[in-house]
Design a binder for this molecule. Structure first.
Ligand SMILES: *Cc1c(COP(=O)(O)O)cnc(C)c1O
Length: 386
């Protein structure tokens, strides 16, 4: 048996008719950029997330970049980001000319540790040595809802308001996740989604969206995605070319109505995994907090005592795809050497990068496949009941 970590062809087979109808509709309309499909998708996503505005952009990375720009963040400003996340979270901060301030994570959820956020803000970072950060004013926090589970947003919003900093939610892995009855992306000043094909709501190319309840921010982001022009050819600010295209929007509109059902199936698959893997030595199943849903963008286990890489190699031999999200925390990346972080600065991020392993997870995976995955893991770690 061969089991990939993700198989998008199965989903396509199931929704082929709707997808092809959507693509045909766009081509026949002759309108490919910022037309009806994007407009409809924006209102459908806004309704789904229970927010006033949704603005389609070219990618999740651009959703972050335009949010930062719209909030006036640039040179001289610092933005708190987790070190344990996909690169784009910090890359966007760097690319607006601001400085990423790396923060450690809670080892159970892998999300920003609110205590460390508070510590960084209370010292405006002076405590963390190194000249390059001197004189930097922290202006925002980007909590990342990693793997499909939301950050403790009450804590983050309380800290943010105490220190008057903005909050940009990176919900690229968490569209549809819920925290105390509120949807991911709807609690911060803006929320950012990615429609990269492998995300829970994936396009067939790049795409992204910003959501917000703030009218002014929404207007600025709408301008920024079209070179800052309004009306056309009259530029109030220097913006970008960052648009979601009509074909991707039509594809996403075909998929959005299925998202709730797909999420429920991911949760059922996670429960199958939990049940079989729960008692195994040297393995922790994902922790799910009571006050929030986990939508399992990834089903990520923690493998203890240095056994992760051996397990991964063994599973590969048996035909099972796995992935390490992420093998090197951002504060130790070569491109951020100039920030002066050293190994040991953010121990939980560093430990997670050595211990996490994501297993095959997609709504179309079968029980038989999950059983094969868990039996393969059990055979190597041979802990269950032992
Ligand atoms: C995927 C992802 C992004 C970037 O999204 P793109 O659409 O690929 O640009 C940003 N942050 C996180 C946490 C992601 O997983």
């Amino acid at each position: 048996m061969k089991i990939p970590i993700l198989d998008l062809t199965r989903q396509y087979e199931a929704i082929r008719a709707e997808i092809e109808e959507g693509i045909r509709r766009v081509i026949q309309s002759g309108r490919f950029i910022l037309g009806q499909e994007v407009e409809f998708l924006e209102s459908e996503v806004a309704e789904f997330c229970d927010v006033k505005h949704a603005i389609g952009v070219a990618s999740g990375t651009d959703a972050l970049l335009l949010s930062l720009k719209a909030l006036g963040i640039g040179p001289g400003h610092g933005v708190i980001v987790p070190s344990f996340t996909f690169f784009a979270t910090a890359g966007a901060v760097h690319n607006v000319g601001a400085t990423p301030i790396f923060c450690d994570i809670n080892p159970r959820t892998y999300n920003l540790d609110p205590d460390h956020v508070r510590y960084i803000l209370s010292t405006n970072h002076e405590s963390c040595s190194s000249h390059h950060r001197l004189g930097i004013k922290i202006k925002a926090i980007i909590p990342v809802h990693l793997y499909g589970q939301m950050v403790d947003m009450d804590e983050i919003m309380t800290i943010a308001s105490k220190y008057s900093v903005n909050v940009i939610e990176d919900g690229a892995q968490s569209i549809g996740a819920v925290y105390k009855n509120q949807k991911a992306g709807s609690l911060g000043h803006t929320g950012c989604f990615s429609f990269f094909p492998t995300k829970n709501l994936g396009a067939y190319g790049d795409g992204g969206m910003v959501i917000t309840n703030d009218d002014e921010l929404a207007e600025r982001i709408r301008l920024l995605r079209v070179h800052g022009s309004k009306p056309k050819y009259y530029h109030r600010m220097v913006g970008y070319n960052s648009r979601l295209d009509e074909i991707q929007a039509a594809i996403l509109r075909a998929k959005l109505p299925k998202l709730v059902q797909w999420t429920a199936v991911r949760q059922k698959v996670a429960a199958w995994y939990d049940e079989s893997l729960g008692g195994i030595r040297n393995l922790n199943v994902p922790f799910c907090s009571d006050d929030r849903s986990h939508i399992f963008h990834q089903y990520t286990i923690r493998v203890l005592n240095g056994k992760r890489d051996a397990l991964r190699g063994w599973m590969e031999e048996q035909g099972i795809g796995t992935e390490i999200y992420y093998p090197l925390p951002l504060h130790l990346q070569e491109c951020f050497h100039y920030l002066g972080y050293r190994e040991g600065d953010l121990p939980e991020s560093e430990r997670a990068s050595r211990e996490v392993l994501s297993l095959p997870m997609f709504p179309e995976i079968t029980l038989e496949e999950v059983v094969f995955v868990t039996q393969t893991i059990t055979r190597l770690l041979s802990g269950k009941g032992a």
